[in-house]
Design a protein around this ligand. Structure first.
Ligand code: SF4
Length: 205
């Protein structure tokens, strides 16, 4: 995003999807090959790799993806267990069961329920937990995390979160409350994972 003060939805609204579709379809085999060979790929390269022209390059893309995965993560496999704290959501993503218009029973765990779930997860031997919510700032926003994260923290070696987008200072606050990392990967391992993610978000804007 070029304007740091824009929110993601604001930026999303400015995109001309017809124009982007035309650009995507105009990508050629040469664009795909350039993207595959590039040392540092940009959004234009991503468009080439997602274009119809890339269909003939699925095998080289798979090999490159495997190479980059090994380079970044080695042969490590981490196990964590998701704990769904709430299925409340104010969004309506068509692929998701949490979507606001989906007529399901909504539930947000209270402290007692969270601790009971944590005990059950611990009993299965898991040390890493992923806390998941839908996007509902009012009911499962920072106040909810402030209240519950410190109670969960002593029980696990690592806590990940997959929740609504937050501000960098809010991620920093969550870190002081016990958050180990968020789910997306990070480019800059020298910084704390959370600060690095914020830096990545800002540099992408
Ligand atoms: S939980 Fe996430 S993916 Fe599902 S509807 Fe809400 S915002 Fe969309």
């Amino acid at each position: 995003m070029s304007n740091l003060s824009s929110s993601f939805p604001d930026y999303w609204q400015t995109l001309n999807w017809d124009d982007l579709a035309l650009q995507l379809r105009a990508k050629t085999a040469a664009d795909v090959e350039r993207a595959l060979q590039s040392a540092v790929r940009n959004l234009d390269d991503l468009m080439a790799l997602l274009s119809p022209a890339a269909e003939a390059y699925l095998e080289p893309m798979a090999q490159l993806a495997q190479q980059l995965t090994r380079q970044r993560f080695g042969n490590v496999v981490s196990f964590y267990l998701p704990l769904y704290l709430s299925n409340l959501c104010k969004n309506d993503c068509t692929y998701c069961g949490f979507s606001m218009s989906n007529p399901i029973k909504r539930k947000t765990l209270n402290e007692k329920e969270i601790l009971a779930e944590c005990e059950a997860i611990k009993a299965m031997g898991y040390e890493h937990i992923l806390l998941v919510t839908g996007e509902h700032q009012q009911k499962v926003g920072m106040d909810y995390f402030r209240q519950n994260l410190p109670k969960i923290r002593p029980l696990f070696s690592a806590i990940l979160m997959e929740v609504q987008p937050l501000k960098c200072e809010e991620y920093d606050e969550l870190k002081t409350l016990g958050l180990t990392t968020t789910k997306p990967s990070h480019k800059n391992q020298a910084k704390s994972p959370i600060s690095a993610q914020c830096a990545d978000q800002n540099s992408a804007q």
